[in-house]
Design a protein around this ligand. Structure first.
Ligand code: LIP
Length: 262
């Protein structure tokens, strides 16, 4: 990896440490799937265990930093100058079902702007990272978004709706519009990895409603530094941690937005 700011080094070290127990926990899932208890409670504790290790590592270096995490919530609320945004396991359902498409996702914000981020899939051993002004990387290689120009040829990824969603009709009609006008649509179940995959050109675009900020905070800087474009639509100012995301290689962005708004 070419990036070596103190923050990236710290996040990477924390991810590596937490991933050792996460890999062990993932190995347990197979046994639990066939047991009568099922993996539900175990996954919750794996999430918490992973988050605890990440927090210990990050807070050892910066006890005063603000933190937004999926499991614990908000820590050091008054510090909005320096803030970690943490999802210990993004793609929890995949994890729970023994599907190796999940990741630790950590973004670092200064004055409400994401400065750097790391997304690490410990099973595939793929570490995506970026810091502002220094490009984006997958392990040791620089990554860039695709240069697909024609949306008809594009491979798009999406996610949701959750079973509990109240806007399923809207989401399905967006899906139909997009599907009718692109080459193919995929659904992989980890928002963090979906954005990272756009950043490295595996997908040409991604949209999803009803996400949480921690799902995609790290992905924002990774995608931007890889030459992509990301924005949020129909934001509710009263719910700053809820996001609807549209991310792309930037070339097809407007057309993809038109399909979603159709
Ligand atoms: C999940 C996302 C997934 C999305 C779910 C959920 P979690 O995060 O990554 O892609 O469809 O709504 O937010 O809960 O596994 O960290």
């Amino acid at each position: 990896m070419r990036l070596n700011s103190p923050q990236i080094n710290l996040i990477t070290k924390a991810c590596m440490k937490a991933s050792r127990s996460l890999i062990r926990d993932f190995g347990e899932i197979e046994n639990l799937q066939v047991s009568s208890k099922g993996p539900g409670d175990f996954v919750t504790s794996a999430d918490k265990r992973t988050e605890k290790i990440l927090l210990e590592e990050l807070q050892k270096a910066h006890p005063d930093y603000g933190v937004i995490t999926e499991e614990t919530g908000i820590i050091n609320k008054s510090n909005t100058k320096n803030r970690w945004i943490i999802d210990p396991i993004d793609g929890t359902f995949n994890f729970m079902n023994g599907i190796p498409q999940f990741a630790i996702s950590i973004g670092y914000e200064e004055d409400n702007e994401i400065k750097c981020g790391v997304i690490f899939n410990p099973i595939m051993n793929e570490l995506f990272c970026a810091e502002k002004g220094n490009g984006a990387y997958l392990n040791n290689s620089r990554i860039r978004v695709s240069n697909k120009k024609n949306i008809k040829d594009a491979l798009i990824v999406t996610g949701g709706p959750k079973g509990s969603s109240k806007i399923k009709d809207k989401i399905f009609s967006e899906y139909i519009n997009v599907s009718n006008n692109v080459s193919n649509v995929r659904k992989f179940g980890s928002a963090a990895l979906d954005v990272a995959y756009v950043a490295c050109g595996r997908f040409d675009g991604y949209w999803q409603r009803e996400l949480n900020y921690w799902d995609i905070a790290a992905g924002i800087i990774i995608l931007k530094e890889a030459g992509g474009y990301v924005d949020f639509f129909e934001e509710d100012k009263n719910l700053p941690l809820k996001k609807n995301i549209l991310a792309s290689n930037s070339i097809i962005h407007e057309e993809l937005r038109d399909l979603i708004n159709k």
